[in-house]
Design a protein. Structure first.
Length: 220
């Protein structure tokens, strides 16, 4: 596995470069994957609302994920969902999610610092919450000053086969302390580890072998 920016290896990564925006969706994300299937496109929705079109006005905003909604004006935020498929016979340990925090105004990079809030929530295949992390007041400013955001899950194990849903939320939803700001992200990395679950026959053989060793030891 390739070492990721967080404590785990990369499970899924996209830098959004050369992706295309149509309406509220980013396609052609060229995911780097390890142990997970391709999550596909990302679509933006207003939190508890409808679809939001993406900024796609110039090369800067084409290579990031930036919904066209003013998130610093009245506790506004957006969400996007990713499907994380865990195959039978494998456990996926989610260690952290990282990305660069971006602020945009009118399709241009902000020239002053803004504060963005983010959360990442993971639902199991039956839509029960298995983990949720929030970070508040993350500074984001010029293109050169986009900070790396890390949401640490402290080893959450995804051990049921099926599709888990990762919900990413961005905006100003903690203290309503920003104005004139659009919130986005870049270089999205989902980090962790994948391990195979031992088959029952292999576990039984190893157990019998251990019992045989202990019995022989007692006889000696």
């Amino acid at each position: 596995m390739t070492a990721g920016p967080g404590s785990g290896a990369i499970l899924a990564f996209t830098d959004f470069d050369a992706s295309t925006a149509s309406g509220n969706s980013k396609s052609g994300l060229n995911w780097t994957l390890n142990g997970l299937e391709d999550p596909g496109s990302l679509s933006a929705f207003q939190f508890e609302g409808g679809a939001i079109n993406l900024f796609d006005a110039n090369p800067f905003v084409q290579d990031i994920f930036i919904p066209g909604i003013n998130t610093g004006n009245g506790n506004t935020s957006w969400t996007t969902d990713l499907g994380l498929t865990v195959e039978a016979g494998f456990n996926v340990t989610l260690t952290d999610v990282t990305f660069n925090s971006v602020s945009v105004n009118g399709g241009q990079a902000e020239n002053v610092n803004r504060r963005n809030d983010y959360s990442v929530t993971v639902l199991d295949p039956t839509n029960n919450v298995v983990a949720s992390i929030t970070v508040a007041d993350t500074l984001a400013g010029t293109t050169a000053g986009r900070p790396l955001v890390t949401l640490d899950f402290a080893d959450v194990v995804l051990d049921s086969p099926g599709i888990y849903t990762m919900i990413i939320r961005g905006g100003d939803f903690i203290e309503d302390n920003e104005t004139g700001n659009h919130t986005g992200l870049d270089n999205l990395s989902i980090n962790g580890n994948v391990s195979a679950i031992p088959e029952p026959s292999a576990f039984l053989l190893s157990t019998l072998g251990l019992l045989g060793f202990l019995t022989a030891r007692r006889r000696n």
